[in-house]
Unconditional design. Structure first.
Length: 133
């Protein structure tokens, strides 16, 4: 009789923390997973909004990225900078976690915050994040 060992468990990273850490080192505005309190005039919010596991060791993380500012022009400019950094992250470390492919699910959209009317651009990406045993 042959015995088969149980597969080694793979743990997936906290993708929000990894992306927050990564973007925080590249931007001159605060980056968080919540709207900061007190609320700065410009900031970036990165939240995980889903995403399925791709295979045994890769989690396809769906992230929504929001860029807030005092004017539409400033929010669009911030979104352009963040978008460039997010797309450039593929194939390298993101907050200490290996990130393979980054695919946009839609480009930045002008979606002002309905509760405050603050200017905000928002879009979603799928990022392949490697888990560890």
């Amino acid at each position: 009789m042959t015995s088969t060992a149980a597969p080694e468990p793979i743990f997936f990273p906290d993708a929000e923390a990894a992306w927050r850490t990564h973007l925080d080192t590249l931007l001159d505005v605060p980056v968080s997973v919540q709207v900061p309190n007190p609320r700065p005039s410009s900031f970036v919010r990165v939240i995980r909004t889903g995403g399925p596991r791709a295979n045994v060791v890769v989690d396809n993380v769906q992230l929504t990225i929001e860029c807030w500012a005092d004017t539409t022009v400033a929010a669009a400019a911030l979104a352009s900078v963040v978008r460039a950094h997010v797309n450039a992250a593929q194939g390298g470390p993101v907050g200490g976690v290996w990130c393979g492919r980054v695919a946009e699910m839609g480009g930045p959209a002008n979606l002002p915050d309905p509760s405050t009317d603050q200017y905000r651009y928002s879009w979603s990406v799928m990022a392949a994040m490697r888990g560890t045993p």
